[in-house]
Design a protein around this ligand. Structure first.
Ligand SMILES: [Zn+2]
Length: 266
């Protein structure tokens, strides 16, 4: 693959933008569940309270230069912050590579950022905050409007009802899973957050890719559960957060789902 100067330029730009957004997502992941503002105050060291200067806030670079330690008190700064920044850089780069310099790429950057926040908050707190779901639904106006004026590529469906149907089918299915497991097993491994987040996924991806996302999420979740119990000898009663599997399933479905369906129906 030969790349032009502009492609390399936008590729680099995508990565840098991803790391900067990733840095902000770290703030969201930490502050939203704590009920704190994501705008104020500026980031501080979790140990000594030292307010971080601009030079200490450069994604990845600062962490490497400071050797992972606070400038003031020298306590270790979690590697996860840098990991999230790097991860978001990679996600932004792959999105640009896959969908090019298009409005869809911008919409997916926003969508994937929301999913990144969901992924880590669910691991940390076993919840998907309503605030994140509501922000996701408001952001869903973008694919909605896109489909009103044109044909939003991920829906693969011309009907103007695509975003609405996209929100309804996966949420109803997930809700029936929760209801079914409550009735039959008297408990549910899924939470209402897992149901609600599919309204967001549905409006961004349409019903087809959302169902594929659910399928992959259950497949990976089940596989992880088996490994958890039989290889790590952990208890089947342990609570395993499900949103990380939803998020991975959604990424895979967004990137390769339409190709998968094209091959399937050939
Ligand atoms: Zn410190």
């Amino acid at each position: 693959m030969v790349m032009t100067f502009f492609e390399v330029y936008f590729l680099t730009l995508s990565f840098i933008l991803g790391t900067v957004i990733g840095s902000f997502l770290n703030v969201c992941i930490y502050r939203i569940p704590a009920g704190l503002s994501i705008v104020k105050p500026r980031s501080r060291c979790g140990n000594c309270g030292h307010t971080l200067s601009s030079m200490e806030l450069i994604p990845i670079v600062s962490w490497v230069l400071l050797k992972g330690k606070c400038k003031q008190c020298h306590s270790a700064i979690s590697f996860r912050y840098t990991f999230v920044e790097f991860l978001e850089g990679v996600i932004f780069t792959f999105t640009y590579l896959k969908f090019g310099l298009t409005p869809l790429t911008l919409i997916l950057w926003l969508f994937f950022s929301i999913l990144t926040v969901v992924f880590f908050i669910d691991i940390d707190h076993k919840i998907i905050p309503n605030k994140v779901v509501i922000f996701g639904l408001i952001s869903g106006i973008l694919p909605f409007v896109y489909h009103m004026v044109g044909t939003y590529p991920l829906y693969q469906w011309e009907s103007k009802l695509a975003p609405i149907i996209g929100m309804m089918i996966p949420t109803l299915l997930m809700f029936s899973f929760v209801l079914g497991s409550l009735l039959i097993l008297k408990k549910s491994g899924l939470g209402m957050g897992d149901v609600k987040i599919y309204a967001v996924i549905g409006v961004f991806m349409g019903w087809k890719l959302s169902l594929l996302s659910i399928w992959i999420a259950f497949f990976l979740g089940g596989l992880f559960g088996l490994i958890w119990i039989f290889i790590f000898k952990k208890s089947s009663k342990d609570y395993i957060p499900f949103a990380p599997f939803i998020v991975i399933g959604t990424f895979v479905s967004a990137f390769w789902g339409n190709q998968f369906f094209t091959i399937l129906y050939k």
